[in-house]
Design a protein around this ligand. Structure first.
Ligand code: SF4
Ligand code: SF4
Length: 377
């Protein structure tokens, strides 16, 4: 079967589940801002259907698909289980052919800039969010090993996040082996319709990571964690990589999933009145809504409930670069809601949200794990 026939088949299966009820409209950030059916999940499903079935799409269709944040809030709300995230990837791949050349060139440049360390690092260092704080704690001899997904932009922009995780895990009796920066998860390529480049990275990661023979792979950036958990879905069952991808996906946990059943009483906590922003990739993508909140509650932070916590902050991978107006509106709303309880600090669970919110926040924005590695006590 041709690739586009497989894509069509998958897309039709997903589209058929939509009963047009419109429940998803209420939780779609772009529909809330723009009020137009074509900027809602149901409208975009219609656009993708008409593109695939009738080969009918235009610059307008691309505009409405581009405005989608891929936040997947619509999936959380949908009573019919429409896998909107998978559908929008198929739709975007299809309409990509009709994108104007200047847009293709711009998207290619940004994609390469973000995923090529030698290009990204000098720029990333200039806009670095925070340096490593305190000493590295050595794990005890014969600690159980886990693999820590280092990430591609995170080690440059906020190296303290992985540093804190390694320290926390060392105290809990684990040694975290950090993957090198060049092993990007493939999400940037995948979401910018460069599936071929994404698959090259993904296959190389699978081959490398499987050699470590660890039971657990930890992600501290919820966007990367979601991508890796989805690896298996990118291969057909007959593909050589399917089983290996399944193994990697099954072993991957967000750091919150790893810590939830551990005794955290020996960690030194940074005391702060905090507000917590739950990334879409964690709550709607990985379906782990409330997990970080429950850890923070158990440690005595008790962040106040945040109005519209299900709505995206506007970061959404490269969305803030390509859709700055909508992205900034969402950020403004999000910061107003996060600041309603007068916190001293905002914490989150994804480097993209962290950098995006910090840009306009008057108070510090950190990854929540950094609260658990206080070396100033
Ligand atoms: S909630 Fe689900 S079934 Fe209803 S319109 Fe939205 S996508 Fe379709
Ligand atoms: S993924 Fe987010 S922005 Fe896109 S249609 Fe769904 S709710 Fe709206």
């Amino acid at each position: 079967m041709q690739t586009n026939q497989i894509a069509n088949f998958k897309a039709n299966e997903i589209i058929r589940k939509c009963v047009h009820c419109g429940f998803c409209l209420a939780t779609c950030p772009t529909y809330q801002l723009l009020g137009s059916e074509l900027d809602s999940p149901r409208g975009r499903i219609y656009l993708i259907k008409s593109s695939l079935e009738k080969n009918h799409f235009s610059g307008e269709s691309i505009k409405h698909l581009d405005r989608c944040l891929t936040c997947r809030a619509c999936e959380t709300t949908c009573p019919s289980g429409v896998e909107y995230g998978k559908l929008i990837d198929i739709g975007r791949e299809f309409v990509e052919q009709k994108r104007p050349v200047w847009q293709k060139a711009m998207r290619y440049s940004i994609r390469k800039l973000l995923t090529t360390p030698v290009l990204f690092n000098p720029i990333g260092r200039i806009s670095r969010h925070s340096k490593k704080q305190g000493e590295a704690i050595e794990p005890i001899v014969n600690s159980k090993k886990v693999l820590l997904l280092g990430g591609c932009v995170q080690p440059v922009l906020a190296p303290n996040i992985n540093h804190s995780i390694k320290n926390i895990l060392a105290k809990l009796g684990f040694e975290a082996i950090e993957t090198p920066q060049k092993q990007c998860c493939g999400a940037v390529d995948q979401h910018l319709s460069a599936e071929h480049d994404a698959l090259i990275k993904i296959k190389s990661n699978i081959d490398t990571w499987i050699e470590f023979d660890v039971d657990t792979i930890i992600s501290s950036a919820s966007g990367c964690g979601l991508m890796v958990k989805d690896y298996a879905s990118l291969f057909t069952q007959g593909d050589d990589y399917y089983q290996k991808a399944q193994e990697i996906s099954n072993k991957t946990q967000d750091i919150a999933e790893f810590l939830i059943d551990k005794d955290l009483s020996k960690l030194e906590l940074e005391q702060a009145n905090i507000s917590y922003h739950e990334p879409c990739t964690l709550q709607h993508g990985q379906k782990l809504a409330g997990l970080v909140n429950s850890i923070l509650d158990s440690l005595g932070y008790s962040p106040a409930p945040v109005k519209d916590s299900h709505l995206c902050c506007g970061s959404a991978g490269t969305y803030s670069i390509f859709q700055p107006d909508l992205s900034n509106k969402l950020k403004k709303n999000k910061l107003n809601n996060l600041n309603a309880s007068n916190p001293q600090m905002i914490v989150t669970a994804n480097i993209g949200c962290l950098m995006h919110l910090q840009k306009d926040s008057e108070i510090p924005v950190k990854h929540w794990v950094e609260l658990l590695d206080n070396q100033t006590n």
